[in-house]
Design a binder for this molecule. Structure first.
Ligand SMILES: Cc1ncc(COP(=O)(O)O)c(C=O)c1O
Length: 390
């Protein structure tokens, strides 16, 4: 009776069962997987500052626009202008989340059982988004050489076939924190052109870079190059406000293909009209807080990362993988035990919860991924406890 596209396994793994049991018994667990900023005691989460724009009387009026309210799209346009990127207002589509943006693009670009390329390792939600849209995901490898992560171009090309319709770039990637480089993009655009693939650039973490890098690509938005390009971002990361549910797609590409595509995307958006009015009206007030919010998040992320670096200088059993940006750190630990065994041991013996690398489809073991968002005290205590177990 139920569809095959939702025929998922719901059995919890041992890690999540143990976590539930510990919580039920009242045992405090230091959660170093926490990537919800609203759980991480940030000062910017100030009720007056963030909630007063929602009381605007304009919110009583419903004037839906399938692309999103013009004033809200102008804020998005301005976000790119500050990066010296010019984006046409007509090419901006607001969505309730980046996940919804992916769904719209899968519906627009990929027929049932056609394929989209995704980086590996990367973000686990992709699999559900793809299943729900009958899209098959094909991974291409990211490899690190100790100093940097690189896209394995040969592997990416070998993974393409006649059913491949889109190539997803996560810029910077979650959890590797690696940005796409200019020479990589040049090669990827060439592949996309030859095979008529659309590029989807997920840039939700792009403002969270550790340092400038000449070799790095900026945003793909406004890149009216030879291939269709969709740039995704949103306020869940840019403003650390995932609960407010607002994201966007910027569509770019050669004019003759772009026009009919914009019409179709508009109809997809019009079918749902999922972005609520109060959030669109509050966007300009919230964007005024952007620098302050990002400064606080960046300081937390850097402090936690520096602490981890210092601890690992003293501990030769674990290595920190290169990190250019984002909210996560990846640690390579001895493969004397599996990731499952290590993470269970950290949870059961040290009461610290971290993600095993397999959660992000790392090609080999043993890695663990730590969120850099938790308050410094929690993070430091958690790191000290797990390093003692190595
Ligand atoms: C790379 C990446 N893209 C998109 C998202 C989802 O963003 P949104 O909250 O806008 O759906 C996440 C969430 O963690 C993410 O890591």
């Amino acid at each position: 009776m139920l569809t095959s596209r939702t025929n998922w396994k719901f059995n919890p793994n041992q890690l999540s069962t143990t976590l539930t049991q510990l919580k039920a018994s009242g045992t405090p667990v230091l959660d170093l997987t926490e990537s919800n900023p609203t759980h991480c005691q940030f000062e910017y989460l100030n009720a007056h500052q963030l909630l007063s724009p929602l009381t605007d009387s304009q919110n009583l009026c419903y004037e839906p626009d399938p692309k999103g309210k013009l004033e809200a799209r102008k804020i998005v346009q301005n976000y790119y202008r500050e990066k010296e990127i010019e984006v046409d207002l007509q090419n901006i589509f607001l969505t309730a989340s980046t996940s919804e943006a992916y769904s719209f693009l899968f519906k627009l670009l990929v027929n049932p059982n056609e394929r989209a390329l995704i980086p590996q390792p990367s973000y686990p939600l992709f699999h559900f988004l793809a299943d729900l849209n009958d899209v098959e995901l094909v991974p291409y490898s990211l490899r690190h050489n100790g100093e940097a992560w690189q896209i394995d171009l040969k592997h990416l090309v070998a993974q393409c076939d006649s059913k491949t319709k889109a190539m997803i770039l996560v810029h910077p990637n979650n959890p590797t924190g690696s940005f796409v480089k200019k020479d990589e993009l040049k090669a990827l655009v060439q592949v996309a052109k030859e095979r008529s693939l659309a590029l989807i650039s997920d840039e939700v973490f792009s403002d969270y870079s550790f340092q400038e890098d000449e070799k790095r690509v900026g945003s793909l938005a406004g890149n009216a190059s030879e291939v269709l390009t969709f740039t995704l971002s949103g306020i869940s990361k840019i403003l650390g406000l995932p609960q407010m549910k607002l994201a966007w797609i910027v569509a770019d590409g050669p004019e003759p293909i772009l026009k009919p595509l914009l019409e179709r995307l508009e109809l997809i958006s019009d079918t749902y009209l999922s972005v609520n009015t109060p959030v669109q009206n509050a966007l300009s007030s919230w964007f005024q807080l952007k620098n302050e919010i990002q400064k606080e998040i960046k300081t937390r992320v850097r402090n936690n990362y520096s602490f981890l670096e210092k601890q690992l200088e003293k501990n030769t059993l674990a290595n920190l993988l290169p990190l250019e940006g984002g909210w996560y750190a990846t640690m390579k630990i001895p493969n004397t035990k599996s990731e499952e065994e290590w993470t269970l041991e950290f949870l059961e013996q040290a009461h610290v919860y971290v993600h095993p690398g397999y959660f992000f489809d790392f090609a080999e073991e043993a890695y663990v991924v730590l969120s850099l968002l938790p308050p410094e005290k929690t993070f430091q205590e958690g790191v000290e406890r797990i390093l003692k177990r190595l």
